[in-house]
Design a protein around this ligand. Structure first.
Ligand code: ADP
Ligand code: ASP
Ligand code: MG
Length: 426
């Protein structure tokens, strides 16, 4: 008998029928003799709809109240799932994040889990119940307020529960069969990966592959949790995310694991580019600019500085689209102090990233990328690299086509198109 944590995303519990399908899967796991703890997301697009509603009543909703509102989405699905399981003759008990002991810091909208005290969950398991926990939410001890963990945060709930309860595996269910070499909505010929390393998954998630939430992968790495990403809509085996020293459960079955050089391609439309033009080319200006940007709360991703011919230079950087307005406002307010000439805002960019641990030991990986883009007539605006990733910023309109071209160039195309079972991808 194992202890299995299962997480079901919004598209897996979008309506009553889907909730019954999930209930059946949970009950099947229980019938197989396992203890089951389920983390559940809000139904379908509920979180987006609640956000829209909040923005209708207030231009900038109060963070505390926004968390109160958004956390209600998961309460609905957890109770419905428990009811559906009861009606199949099994005992199930639902818990909010705070009842489950999900203790976080106090940062509304992006709270971090600092402790998990699953006393009530253990009691329920000991009494033979299936445990259902509302994903995405926690509780801060100092403020005594409800917090949320950031969009996609139910994945983190599941991983944190798996760590706290010492579960055998954390299964993350969504509308695709696992982790693919690219987002199947962008590249239908993407192929499912048998496994991916935590470090590769972190790079993919950080660069647009929202199939797993980055903080959940970080948490799994720190706590040694085995993640199995798989689909609610099929019984196919999914993809294991393997931390250092972790054994692939399938290796025991004699599968031969060949490590590809490139694990996958990620696409990201969520950033905007800001150019600070005509910056005096003297020491200290970059520090001034990025201090201002940091104070605005914007999270800088890529940076390039052009060579200066005239004693002035342009500095461009990318930030999440949602942070751009604040960064621009702060920079504009200090234009005279910094002495730059003007600001340009461009939210029509896309980022394409190629990720693979094999890059450390193989040459020519970047040459393949640049050749493929050049053959496709696609212009590159910015480049950045890590040890296992190369990213380029392109025109947003070119991104999907560029991703397909690059995917083909690395030999990642499969023979047939992937089925994406549900959801809107919103
Ligand atoms: P959930 O609502 O279950 O949390 P998400 O929408 O957050 O599901 O994540 C699943 C989606 O992630 C898929 O529908 C797919 O479009 C997208 N995705 C992006 N990159 C990848 C990838 N490399 N492999 C699989 N899915 C991906
Ligand atoms: N419901 C939340 C969201 O839509 C959390 C999650 O689904 O993981 O972001
Ligand atoms: Mg998700």
């Amino acid at each position: 008998m194992a202890l299995i944590v299962q997480k079901y995303g919004g598209s897996s519990v979008a309506d009553a029928e889907s909730i019954k399908r999930v209930a059946k899967r949970v009950v099947d796991t229980r019938r197989a003799g396992h203890d089951v703890v389920v983390a559940v997301s809000a139904m379908g697009d509920t979180t987006d709809e609640l956000l829209d509603l909040a923005n209708e009543v207030a231009p900038i909703p109060a963070p505390r109240e926004l968390d109160m509102l958004l956390s209600s989405g998961e309460r609905i699905s957890m109770a419905l799932l428990a009811m559906a399981i009861h009606s199949m003759g099994f005992e199930a008990r639902s818990f909010t994040g705070s009842q489950a002991g999900m203790i976080t810091d106090s940062q509304h909208g992006a709270a971090r889990i600092v402790d998990v005290t699953p006393v009530r969950l253990r009691e329920a398991l000991d009494e033979g119940a299936i445990v259902i926990v509302a994903g995405f939410q926690g509780f801060n001890r100092d403020t005594r307020d409800i917090t949320t963990l950031g969009r996609g945060g139910s994945d983190t709930t599941a991983v944190a529960l798996a760590a706290a309860l010492d579960a055998d595996v954390c299964e993350i269910y969504s509308d695709v069969d696992g982790i693919y070499t690219a987002d199947p909505r962008v590249i239908p010929k993407a192929q499912k990966l048998d496994h991916v390393s935590t470090e590769e998954m972190l790079e993919l998630a950080a660069n647009g592959a929202k199939v797993l939430y980055i903080r959940a992968v970080e948490y799994a790495r720190r706590h040694g949790v085995l993640i199995h990403s798989r689909s609610t809509f099929s019984s196919a085996e999914g993809t294991y995310v393997l931390g250092e020293g972790m054994k692939n459960p399938r290796e025991a079955e004699g599968a031969v694991m060949e490590e590809p050089i490139v694990a996958g391609v990620a696409t990201d439309f969520s950033h905007a580019k800001i150019t600070v033009a005509g910056v005096p080319d003297v020491p200290g200006k970059a520090a001034e600019i990025f201090k201002i940007v940091a104070r605005s709360g914007a999270n800088v991703d890529m940076i390039v500085q052009n060579v200066s011919a005239t004693g002035r230079t342009d500095i461009s950087f990318t930030v999440p689209k949602a942070d751009a307005a604040a960064a621009l406002k702060s920079l504009a307010a200090e234009q005279n102090e910094v002495g730059f000439q003007n600001l340009v805002h461009d939210d029509q960019i896309g980022k394409l990233s190629v990720v693979g641990a094999g890059m450390r030991t193989h040459s020519g990986v970047s040459a393949t990328l640049f050749e493929a883009l050049s053959a496709g007539g696609i212009n590159i605006e910015m480049i950045s690299t890590s040890e296992i990733r190369i990213s380029v910023v392109l025109r947003g309109d070119d991104l999907a086509e560029a991703a397909r071209t690059v995917h083909t160039a690395y030999g990642l195309d499969g023979d047939s198109d992937v089925t994406v079972h549900a959801g809107t991808g919103r």
